[in-house]
Design a binder for this molecule. Structure first.
Ligand code: C2E
Ligand code: CA
Ligand code: CA
Length: 249
């Protein structure tokens, strides 16, 4: 119970932080994007991973404050890097509950405006299971975000809910292959190739996540992925470390 109460005020108390995992263009090796990943530094328990606290926040109705914190942090970083001449995409993970929050679209628009950030530099990552949850309005919200110019990424593609139909239901600009696919622990290879082909026909960018070895990078390249992210390149790191990787720190 204490953990729940602690989490509710974690953002206010300055206990949340965002780390950023770089994404590289496979062809050139350039750093072209980052994914913002939340961390909770609990005063007694130390660093708590998002797999633990995000589901708690979702269940107890305060994921929006964590999500807002992450969007603010991501946009602020992008504006700092932009000002130094390095434009990289910033991806944030967004839960269904957050997406459905009435303030969400305004919050995003305000952030883009106050940071003078082009909308297409911000990418909303939604997990595949989301639109399957029968919540009217999720797809409508995504359409609206798309109209604002944001990128929309289908995260964790290849886990549980994959279907070709889903690729067309959501106005996505990107498909992110789950690490179980890249590490060949997930759905079967012909299915993956078909899904990637379909995504590319629809004009989506395909990103590989969880790339840990040179073999997995080769697999991502052969599958037709344009970008890769994973421990082979870098774990999630601080904003200043990204600045250093961009040679502006
Ligand atoms: P995700 O969106 O699939 O994020 C990728 C996760 O894989 C991250 O874990 C990252 O640290 C980890 N990872 C990156 N490269 C590798 C690799 O090469 N190998 C392996 N084994 N793992 C790798 P993390 O940061 O613990 O985040 C876990 C999940 O928590 C995320 O999965 C995402 O679903 C959720 N999450 C994180 N931040 C947020 C947030 O701000 N909002 C929401 N709603 N969810 C978040
Ligand atoms: Ca993600
Ligand atoms: Ca993922």
């Amino acid at each position: 119970m204490n953990l729940i109460a602690d989490l509710e005020n974690a953002a206010e108390r300055g206990e949340l932080m965002a780390l950023y995992q770089p994404q590289f263009e496979i062809e050139t090796g350039r750093l072209v994007g980052v994914e913002a990943l939340a961390r909770w530094n609990h005063p007694d328990l130390g660093l708590i991973p998002p797999d633990v606290f995000v589901p708690i926040a979702e269940r107890h109705g305060f994921i929006a404050s964590i999500g807002d914190f992450m969007i603010d942090a991501g946009c602020r970083c992008a504006s700092v890097w932009n000002a130094l001449g390095r434009h990289v995409d910033v991806a944030v993970n967004v839960s269904a509950a957050q997406l459905l929050n009435l303030d969400f679209l305004d919050r995003v628009a305000d952030n883009l405006a106050s940071n003078a950030m082009p909308a297409n530099q911000l990418i909303v990552e939604i997990t595949e299971s989301l639109p399957v949850v029968d919540v009217p309005g999720v797809t409508a919200r995504l359409v609206h975000l798309r109209q604002l110019g944001l990128g929309i990424s289908i995260d964790d593609f290849g886990t549980g809910y994959s279907s070709f139909a889903r690729l067309t239901e959501v106005p996505a600009t990107e498909m992110k292959l789950d690490r179980t696919v890249i590490q060949e622990r997930g759905i079967c290879a012909p299915y993956v190739s078909d899904a990637v082909e379909k995504a590319r026909e629809l004009g989506m960018r395909v990103v590989a996540e969880g790339v840990e070895t040179a073999e997995q990078l080769a697999r991502a390249r052969n599958l037709g992925c344009e970008r890769a992210q994973g421990f082979l390149f870098s774990p999630p790191v601080t904003e200043s470390e990204i600045g250093r990787l961009l040679s502006i720190g």
